[in-house]
Design a protein around this ligand. Sequence first.
Ligand code: G3I
Length: 304
Amino acid sequence: ASTLGSAAAAQGRYFGTAVSINKLSDATYSSILNREFNSVTAENEMKIDALEPQQNQFNYTTADRLITLANGMGAKVRGHTLAWHSQQPGWMQSMSGTALRSAMKNHITQVMTHYKGKIDSWDVVNEAFDDSNGGRRDSNLQRTGNDWIEDAFKTARAADPAVKLCYNDYNTDNWTWAKTQGVYNMVKDFKARGVPIDCVGFQSHFNSGSPYPSNYRTTLQNFADLGVDVQITELDIEGSGTTQANTYANVVRDCLAVTRCNGITVWGIRDSDSWRASGTPLLFDANGNPKQAYTSTLAALGGS
Ligand code: G3I
């Protein structure tokens, strides 16, 4: 296989990227997208502020273009994201209590109903844990009650019983970190009590403060052993050259070593498409040329 997507498919996995709809008119961007990837995630267009700008008034026009694009590519779609403290529309930011809880559930139900049958995995809840202490992040959603996460997952299952429901977070890669343990204990508890959850997304934004950990494979396997799929959902790795290329290959090998690691998504195509203001964290350079990291990733997937 000579592309990321086809090499991953030969391993029974997908290889995806975040897509920014407004870049689709860029011919270089589009040609790499169509050639290399078999899964897509909207970088911003399926977030709460984008889909429900006014309460109970939904705008699917831009996000629907991603579905059309994915269908044309034969690609899966990861839905991102239904409940999150960030990128809430103004009306939601100012809500609290039972009104906010109801609004969260209505958003989940409406959006999942609209996209029924069109999405492979939904990030139902994103980034709900605190960065340092392993507990919950403070947010307007958290202040509606500690059961808001399970309420979100139960609402999601009722809206679409067929789609995979994921919890997605960052800095949950190192097995020894308190945040990783916090999320692990939540998933374990959900499984024990029958709260619906099918997958855990590891964003995997690796940089000097949060480097790729040597126990990454252990983390993925331990979560998988709870009975969930694991997915690498927003991969980018700061650095360059051989060091960066080796880290990308290690990440791929770790995923392939875990049976239930069923897909990898990078958070953008070219370095110039990255959300990071500086750096070169992706697989293609600003001109769209494949980097050393591309070659090592493809090789680790068994392609060439
Ligand atoms: O579209 C508006 C534009 O109209 C406006 O003029 C401009 C001025 O600020 O902002 C534009 O919106 C920006 C948007 O990206 C689209 O480019 C927002 O300000 C900016 O905040 C937003 O950043 C996104 C960020 O999430 C917001 O939380 C990044 O693109 C996106 O890559 C990033 O993705 C997150 C994942 O969803 C969750 N995990 C972490 C990851 C990286 O931060």
